[in-house]
Structure formats: structure tokens, C-alpha cells
Write a protein that binds this ligand. Structure first.
Ligand code: NAD
Ligand code: MG
Ligand code: MG
Ligand code: MG
Ligand code: MG
Length: 332
């Protein structure tokens, strides 16, 4: 079972005694920088000259420098730029400015796990990854609560990297909720698998296949949209609140019976065998290598897939129907 750490296990003064650079000011970057600052930590934000986020970070009272200057000033460098550009930012701005005893921090393990970034042996390499989007991380912090984080140490050059990582997690409110210890390998592989097989890939494919089945059988697309996409939120909310049991308690007995007898026919042994293949490609690094090649080639297939799904009847139907539901637009 996982090891859990709370506020009492973490010493905030460790991170308060360091100089932190947060590179990037997107979803995670803004939440980390603002909450660390409010926790009494010396923070600067590193953004390239033309970055649209510069003005926003400054308005919110943070000092902004270039990524290279931030990395040079700081002794804890948190890299929160998008994963596919991290290696470039690291090579250009971070590596030339790393000193003995510095700590390199990440919010996701991809670049370390697949060695797109290879830090020198004289720095700590840590991960603090909140299990929620940055805006929730920041809002919870401001309300005196926190989003659970996972923390990992890949390289412990100074002998106290884990204490440093826990201290950082406390600075963004993570230990108020609870911090789980993991490894870069476990975090990266499970994150990629989850988003591909279940959360994004699996769910999108399931919704599309269900919608297409109904429409091809002659049912109206609007009705198919409600049944296969719109109502999914209700089901997922129930699972989120109380697992499969609460979902089954809430739906009709007919729906529950259909769940038991038909679900395993849709997601069957063949599906699971394919999931194992997907996991294998994540573990052997071929997924990550192929994705970086696609990214560096200018995203040709990515753009093609995106366009094809934007034009799908599911999406055009959804657009029309959502405009009828005033409350849907208002959601965050
Ligand atoms: P984001 O896309 O929201 O923000 C990226 C930031 O980097 C922006 O401020 C952008 O201006 C800046 N940026 C882009 N290109 C740059 C460049 N070449 N040089 C310097 N700055 C550049 O990213 P995010 O979602 O906050 O993700 C950051 C990290 O956090 C990733 O490793 C991601 O896997 C991880 N993470 C994200 C979430 C999430 O919910 N979004 C959750 C956990 C972990
Ligand atoms: Mg994830
Ligand atoms: Mg991910
Ligand atoms: Mg129904
Ligand atoms: Mg029931």
C-alpha cells in the first residue's frame, strides 16, 4: 500500500530557505508560483521574452525573468513548460545554469523516465505532481485546503531530496490533503496508460463507437448524443463520489443488469489484450519516442486526427445541442 505524508511530516522551512524558479506559467506553473510565494518562499517565474503569460504573472505580483536567468538565480528549478518542449528548455536555459547541489523539479516524469533530459549527477531530481488541474490546486490552497500530490525522487545527490520535495509539496498545499510517495517510472507509465486506455482514449473511442452504432441503425443523432455522451457526466460523477457501487445504487435495476451482462462484451478479453500491448509500448519507450518524433515533425498525424474528429457528426450534433443547455456553457 502507498505511503502517505501530511503537513506534520513536512518542514516548510526547507523550501523557504531555497530560491525557487518556476519555468512556465500555465495551468500548473501559476498555481505553484503563487502558492509558494504565499507560503513565504522566494520565487521567480521564468518565461521567454515573447510569452503571453509574462504580463499576467507580473500583474499577480511575481517577478518574471527569462528561463535562463531564473535557473541561474535559483537553486530549485521547477520545469512546468509543456512536456514536449521541456528537453529544449532544459538544454538551452537550465543545463548551462545548474550548480552543484541544485534541485531539478518536475510535475510529470516523462522527460526523465525516457531520458529526453539527462541531468548531471550532482543535482537532486524530484517530482511534485498535484493530482488535479492547476486552477483547482490554486483555489484549494487559497481556501486553506489542498489537492493531494504525488512525490518522487529520481536522484538524491544531497541526501535529503525527499525532505525537500515534501517541503515543496507543503508550500503548494499538497500535504494538507496528503502526499503519496511514488517513482518517476510508476508515475509516468501509469499516467500515460490511464490517459490512453481509459480516460481520454478509451472513453472517447467508447462514446464514438456507441454513437455511431445508434446512428448507423437509423436513430436520430441528437438522441444518440444524449445517450452516449451527455449522460456520461452523471455516471462519472457517481463513480467519482462513491465508486462503481454508488453508480449502481443510483441507476435503475435494468441499467445495472445491463451493466453486468453487456459491459464485459464491449470491453472484453481482446480489449484487455490490446491494453496490455499499449502498456508494453509505454514501458519499452516506443510510445514516447514515436510521440516526440511526431511532435518534432510538426504534428502532421496529430493535426489530421484532430480535424477528422472535429468534423465528426458526434461533435457537430453536440455543438448544436449544448447551445440549448444554458447551464452547460456556464460550467468551467
Ligand atoms: P500549460 O500548457 O498549461 O503551460 C505551459 C507554460 O509553459 C505556459 O506558461 C507557456 O507559456 C510556457 N511555455 C510554452 N512553451 C515554452 C517555451 N518554449 N519556453 C518557456 N516557456 C514555455 O502546461 P501545464 O498543463 O501546466 O503542464 C506543465 C507540467 O505539469 C507538465 O509536465 C504536465 O505534464 C504537468 N502536469 C499538468 C497537470 C495539469 O492538470 N495541467 C497536472 C499534473 C501535472
Ligand atoms: Mg494523469
Ligand atoms: Mg498525462
Ligand atoms: Mg438513458
Ligand atoms: Mg440501482
Amino acid at each position: 500500500m502507498a505511503e502517505l505524508f501530511y503537513d506534520d511530516d513536512a518542514d516548510l522551512s526547507i523550501i523557504q530557505g531555497r530560491k525557487v524558479a518556476v519555468l512556465g506559467y500555465g495551468s500548473q506553473g501559476h498555481a505553484h508560483a503563487l502558492s509558494l510565494r504565499d507560503s513565504g518562499v522566494d520565487v521567480r517565474v521564468g518565461l521567454h521574452e515573447g510569452s503571453g503569460s509574462r504580463a499576467r504573472a507580473e500583474e499577480q505580483g511575481l517577478r518574471v525573468t527569462t528561463p535562463a536567468e531564473a535557473a541561474a538565480e535559483a537553486d530549485v528549478i521547477m520545469i512546468l513548460v509543456p512536456d514536449p518542449v521541456q528537453a529544449k528548455v532544459y538544454e538551452e536555459s537550465v543545463a548551462p545554469n545548474l550548480k552543484d547541489g541544485d534541485a531539478l523539479f518536475f510535475g510529470h516524469g516523462l522527460n526523465i523516465r525516457y531520458e529526453f533530459i539527462k541531468p548531471p549527477a550532482n543535482v537532486d531530481v524530484c517530482m511534485v505532481a498535484p493530482k488535479g488541474p492547476g486552477h483547482l490546486v490554486r483555489r484549494q490552497y487559497e481556501e486553506g485546503r489542498g489537492v493531494p500530490c504525488i512525490v518522487a525522487v529520481e536522484q538524491d545527490a544531497g541526501g535529503s531530496a525527499f525532505e525537500l520535495a515534501l517541503s515543496y509539496a507543503k508550500g503548494i498545499g499538497g500535504t494538507r490533503a496528503g502526499v503519496i510517495k511514488t517513482t518517476f517510472t510508476e508515475e509516468t507509465e501509469t499516467d500515460l496508460f490511464g490517459e490512453q486506455a481509459v480516460l481520454c482514449g478509451g472513453t472517447a473511442a467508447l462514446v464514438k463507437a456507441g454513437f455511431e452504432t445508434l446512428v448507423e441503425a437509423g436513430y436520430q443523432p441528437e438522441i444518440a448524443y444524449f445517450e452516449c455522451l451527455h449522460e456520461l457526466k452523471l455516471i462519472v460523477d457517481l463513480m467519482y463520489e462513491g465508486g462503481l457501487q454508488k453508480m449502481r445504487w443510483s441507476v435503475s435495476e435494468t441499467a445495472e443488469w445491463g451493466d453486468y451482462v453487456s459491459g464485459p462484451r464491449v470491453v472484453n478479453d481482446q480489449t484487455k489484450a490490446e491494453m496490455k500491448k499499449i502498456l508494453g509500448e509505454i514501458q519499452d519507450g516506443s510510445f514516447a519516442r514515436n510521440w516526440m518524433a511526431e511532435y518534432n515533425a510538426g504534428l502532421p498525424k496529430y493535426t489530421e486526427y484532430k480535424k477528422a474528429d472535429e468534423d465528426h457528426l458526434l461533435e457537430t450534433t453536440g455543438k448544436k445541442l449544448r447551445s440549448l443547455m444554458s447551464w452547460v456553457d456556464e460550467a468551467e
